[in-house]
Design a protein around this ligand. Structure first.
Ligand SMILES: [Fe+2]
Length: 398
């Protein structure tokens, strides 16, 4: 108990029935250790940054559909508690969920604050349709807390859910941080961590106090089903995110599919470069006087006009470039993003084609609502190639 004093005396906590139930739950927990809800492949993908920011927002909106009705379900379960002590046990958890003495710190409000910090309003959350597996979870929990025996309600709402938190939440937190860095309010997630172990222990106590051996098989099924529905939620989110929100791994300027604004800006750049299109190149660069182009061929070109004229000279020379961008890591910044990756492809100099590889970092900022390139830095991956190319270019201008 975090705020209140446990209502149970030593005698109750050491009764034969209590101990027998506790042993049953401990064994059940061990049996469930390898359940697919733990270390689910979707959570691993999310945590490793496999999905776009739009995808992470989609996941957070859906997760909100589980968070928002939770306090109502606790209240419903409290009403179904068979005695005042069991109800008192639940009150401790409800008190934390409701923000103790501060509504602004209640968990649903903390969740809304997190969404708000990334531009998602409560209305936008409410207008988002809930995916099927989350609807099934919510309906089943509601049915269990309202209509089933109190112990079964506890198994669905408390015990089953709490079991997944220590394993599942860190993946979600890592995925969010990977996508948003420090540009997101993480208070909701910081309220869940160590104290969830305490809630989980409370859920065990209240369940053990309110069940008997002949209910064990029903509790076994409730916990198993609760974990399985939660795994189905990760399955469904994985399917959607894989098809709609997987990060693009290679950009060559020929992309036809819908891209995130960051990848679109990169794609437009490579389209301009590979097709020697100066109009598109102009459109890709920032008008900011601090714009700088550090070419692997040498030098720093500063300011928009100079950058464009150096590209114009390149496009009108006997050098042809055909490269793609890969191994890309995008980091979203306050007013833009950075892209760190590699380029591979060919460079044709006066008809002689050579394989090339570059390490390439780009920085884009938002100007009039669109991403524009403020800085590019490129360097050869391989010194021998660099020497051969530089010699071939020197011959051109000789
Ligand atoms: Fe919570």
């Amino acid at each position: 108990m975090e705020y209140l004093t446990t209502p149970y005396g030593v005698e109750e906590l050491s009764s034969g029935n209590y101990k027998n139930n506790k042993k049953f739950l401990e064994e059940l927990e061990k049996k469930m250790l390898n359940h697919e809800v733990f270390n689910h492949v979707f959570l691993k993908k999310l945590a490793s940054g496999s999905y776009t920011q739009e995808g992470v927002i989609f996941v957070l909106k859906q997760f909100g559909k589980i968070v928002m009705p939770f306090t109502a379900a606790i209240c419903k379960l409290m009403g179904n508690a068979p005695d005042i002590k069991s109800r008192f046990m639940l009150m401790d958890n409800l008190y934390e969920e409701m923000g103790h003495n501060n509504l602004n710190e209640s968990h649903p409000i903390l969740y809304l604050k997190m969404l708000d910090s990334i531009g998602i309003t409560q209305a936008m959350l409410e207008q988002t349709p809930t995916i099927s597996s989350i609807r099934v979870l919510n309906n089943t929990i509601y049915d269990a807390v309202a209509n089933k025996h109190f112990a079964i309600g506890c198994a669905w709402l408390g015990y089953g859910g709490e079991l997944t938190i220590p394993n599942n939440f860190p993946y979600l937190v890592n995925g969010i941080k990977k996508s948003f860095g420090s540009n997101i309010n993480m208070d909701f997630w910081e309220r869940h961590g160590e104290r969830d172990q305490e809630h989980s222990d409370d859920a065990t106590v209240v369940l053990c106090m309110n069940t008997t051996e002949n209910q064990h098989s029903e509790i076994d099924e409730a916990v198993k089903d609760s974990l399985s529905i939660r795994a189905t939620i990760w399955d469904e989110l994985e399917k959607i995110c894989d098809s709609k929100y997987t990060k693009t791994s290679v950009i060559n300027g020929k992309e036809m599919s819908q891209l995130s604004p960051e990848y679109k800006a990169l794609s437009e750049y490579y389209n301009a470069l590979n097709n020697a299109n100066i109009t598109k190149m102009k459109n890709n660069w920032s008008r900011d006087t601090r714009a700088a182009f550090t070419s692997p061929l040498g030098g720093i070109t500063r300011a928009f006009e100079n950058i464009i004229s150096s590209h114009d000279a390149l496009f009108n020379s006997k050098i042809d470039i055909d490269v793609e961008y890969y191994d890309i890591e995008i980091t979203n910044l306050e007013n833009g993003f950075s892209a760190v990756g590699r380029e591979r492809g060919t460079m044709s100099i006066d008809g002689v084609i050579m394989d090339v590889g570059f390490r390439t970092s780009r920085l884009f900022i938002k100007e009039d609502g669109a991403f524009k390139q403020l800085h590019h830095h490129g360097s050869f991956e391989n010194v021998e190639t660099q020497t051969a190319i530089m010699q071939a270019i020197a011959k051109l201008s000789a």
